[in-house]
Design a protein around this ligand. Structure first.
Ligand SMILES: *Cc1c(COP(=O)(O)O)cnc(C)c1O
Length: 392
């Protein structure tokens, strides 16, 4: 009996002519993914054991993105997560349980510390913050129950460059997992694995997405043991990602190199220009000597990117600084960074014991606008401050 058209319409098998090739990675969607026979039906997150058990564990598009990020970072394995913060959460869930102790730099991405203080504390995981400039002295903070150390270099807002190799040596001797938030260097300008890191995370939202239109994260590792722990936790937490977003991130990867080269050059130019202004006390850019850990940056990094902070002189009040920011036209106000648009945000009275700079710290993210226009915009905002007598 011929099938009803109602049934025929449901057939998902494509019948396109053969020979189609394009330069774009195909977007493969799928929650249900099909097994060939009843004996093969098995739920397993690991693509080496079961290639496609369920969309949660990956489609060809998300697995391709994972493979490309692993290749970029020189890692053996990589997982894609729904965002950078999800990547951070995944690392905690893979390596920590009740009664464990974790060390996090005070300069870590704010929501990392918030997660530790709130949710992880409720689950009985003790999180202690440390001065990011601690280096090998971190040995004095390790307890018998320490299972994880975080590094983030440069730190968020205050931009400290950490001595990751020194911390890695201590972590290895103590059998503690060392995780690095490598978002700033985007897996390009800092080789996590050559410097002793066990697990590297990135907010792909930033440079790899590159256009402020998606949220994704990555967690990579060279260790098979850590790979299994991360894969199990990711599957249990149900950290699904959209193949459409992964396809945008794959496109972002194609221009990552040229975007970073341009961003590096423009950012250095703006940072040096700001450093010469009378209103500016310090420019916290890894390539400038004002930045804590600048010597470590020279030793360990091969480049710099688009985010840096400026500490203004106390002659400009916090209120005058907010007015200065509001006079900028090309620098927009908003969270995140690493896209094509320049951004600015005040980071006043940061919640940390060391180097918090009161109401004088402003973070800039340089985009792909012409650098002369960006400098003209800053100059105009400073000029107005002078004219109105702000900052007296
Ligand atoms: C933005 C950011 C994150 C979080 O990324 P989302 O994708 O926004 O969740 C994590 N770490 C660092 C250093 C970041 O700048």
């Amino acid at each position: 009996m011929p099938r009803h058209i109602q049934t025929t319409l449901l057939d998902p098998t494509p019948r396109a002519p053969v020979g189609f090739r394009s330069l774009a990675t195909a977007t493969h969607r799928g929650s249900t993914t099909l097994f060939a026979s009843a004996r093969e039906v098995r739920d397993d997150w690991c693509p080496e054991r079961v290639p496609y058990a369920y969309g949660l564990h990956g489609t060809p598009t998300s697995l391709e993105l994972a493979a490309r990020v692993a290749q970029l970072e020189g890692a053996e394995h990589c997982f894609i997560t729904p965002g950078g913060q999800a990547a951070i959460a995944l690392v905690y869930f893979a390596f920590c349980g009740a009664g464990d102790h974790v060390l996090v730099p005070q300069s870590a991405y704010g929501p990392n510390n918030d997660l530790a203080r709130d949710l992880l504390a409720r689950l009985g995981i003790a999180v202690q913050t440390y001065d990011p400039m601690i280096g090998a002295e971190i040995a004095t903070l390790i307890r018998p129950n320490t299972t994880l150390i975080w590094c983030e270099s440069p730190g968020s807002a205050t931009m400290e460059i950490q001595d990751v190799p020194a911390i890695a040596e201590v972590a290895r001797a103590a059998g503690v997992v060392l995780a690095l938030d490598n978002t700033y260097a985007s897996g390009v300008f800092f080789d996590a694995y050559a410097h002793g890191v066990d697990v590297s995370i990135q907010a792909l939202t930033k440079y790899i997405g590159g256009h402020s239109d998606l949220l994704l994260g990555s967690v990579s590792t060279c260790s098979d043991v850590h790979y299994q722990a991360l894969g199990q936790a990711r599957s249990l937490l149900g950290m699904a990602v959209s193949p459409d977003d992964c396809s945008l991130a794959l496109r972002g990867l194609q221009t990552l190199w040229v975007r970073l080269a341009q961003l590096q050059a423009s950012t250095l130019q703006v940072a040096h220009w700001l450093k010469a202004r009378p209103e500016v006390e310090r420019v916290l850019h890894p390539a400038l000597p004002d930045c804590p850990g600048h010597g470590v940056w020279l030793r360990d990094f091969t480049g710099s990117t688009s985010v840096f902070s400026v500490v203004f002189r106390p002659t400009l009040s916090g209120e005058a600084l907010l007015d200065f920011i509001d006079r900028l036209n090309l620098f927009h106000l908003g969270y995140s960074w690493g896209g094509v648009t320049s951004l600015v945000a005040p980071h006043f009275n940061l919640d940390r014991d060391v180097r918090q700079y009161g109401d004088r710290l402003v973070r800039f993210n340089i985009g792909l606008e012409h650098v002369d226009d960006l400098i003209a915009d800053l100059e105009h905002a400073f000029f107005q401050a002078d004219n109105h007598g702000d900052g007296q």
